[in-house]
Design a binder for this molecule. Structure first.
Ligand code: RRO
Length: 304
């Protein structure tokens, strides 16, 4: 039996439900374009881009744990104008490009969205209001009314699909998703990293230069899965599941919980982009074994 891995995500046609998450290998336009041509990739997401360039935090910016990473990159990015110049030189993309972006207030968010959306290579936008350790950003994503205002304003000017990347650092994740949906968002990405800290017992001080960081990888997975499950149950909006996906079974679980597609992050740092092929093959075998023809049939199936 041949199985169908294609999914439709808010108007985008994806060859598979597997997406490159924001912040992973996504800083250079040329690199993203190369990755987008990998056969088993459904879409690629850029690093979050702001109005002005940002250096990010000095090292150390990553702590490696047995169950994931804590990162505190601090939003390094070249700024929107330089990034668009990179996209001009990147050549064609083999799968849809989702541009992640941020701003420190609603006017700035709208300004960046307008500029990014004009680029023909950009298929959709993902508003990052949930970086857990950059002040001015994380505060927006935990307030449903601010997220609604930002989405409504961006949608006034931008007609490409708009996703909102949600924060797990709140008990309001469903309310924020609902606010985004009611304001006109085309989808949500659930979720960003969990605010975390690591302390050096010898030096008796925090390890990361930015002190706080975001926990990703296997430790995040059950939390992200719970967020996807709750949002699917309460809000009628397409969901990109994100958080600690490491195996094809994780992909299956996120889709059963309600995700239409799944973004991969930390696992790529460990296994490289070959992991997309490995997961797509595992997903196909799972569907064959279950006698399910299309991956679309398993979305939300655990809610029956
Ligand atoms: O750049 C970062 O430090 C970062 C961002 Br923008 C984000 O959204 N989530 C994260 O874990 N790190």
């Amino acid at each position: 039996m041949t199985v169908d891995l294609r999914v439709d995500l808010s108007g985008m046609h994806l060859k598979t439900p597997l997406i490159l998450a924001s912040g992973i290998l996504g800083l250079s336009g040329r690199m993203l374009a190369e990755i987008s041509k990998i056969e088993s990739i459904g879409a690629v997401t850029t690093k979050s881009i702001g109005l002005k360039p940002r250096d990010g935090y000095p090292n150390p910016t990553i702590v490696v744990l047995p169950y994931g990473f804590i990162n505190s990159m601090g939003l390094p990015n070249p700024g929107v104008e330089s990034f668009l110049a990179e996209l001009d030189e990147a050549g064609g993309f083999g799968s849809p490009l989702i541009a992640s972006f941020y701003g420190y207030n609603i006017d700035e968010i709208t300004e960046v969205a307008k500029i990014i959306a004009r680029h023909q290579a950009v298929s959709a936008l993902e508003l990052n209001v949930s970086c857990p350790h950059v002040s001015g950003i994380s505060e927006i994503g935990v307030k449903p009314e601010l997220v609604a205002e930002a989405v409504a304003k961006v949608k006034k000017y931008v007609d490409k699909p708009l996703f909102v990347k949600l924060s797990p650092n709140t008990h309001l994740v469903v309310e924020v998703a609902r606010a985004a949906a009611e304001a006109g968002a085309d989808g949500v990405t659930a979720v960003n990293t969990v605010k975390a800290i690591a302390i050096d017992a010898e030096l008796c001080k925090p390890i990361l230069s930015g002190v706080y960081g975001g926990l990703s990888g296997p430790a995040l997975k059950p939390i992200a899965l719970r967020c996807v499950y709750e949002i699917y149950k309460e809000v009628d909006i397409p969901i990109i599941g994100c958080g600690g996906v490491s195996s094809y079974l994780d992909v299956v679980e996120f889709m059963l919980a309600g995700a239409s597609a799944v973004a991969l992050g930390s696992i790529i740092a460990l296994k490289g982009v070959e992991v997309f092929g490995e997961l797509a093959r595992g997903l196909s075998r799972y569907l064959e074994r279950k006698g399910i023809r299309s991956v679309r049939e398993i979305v939300g199936l655990s809610h029956r």
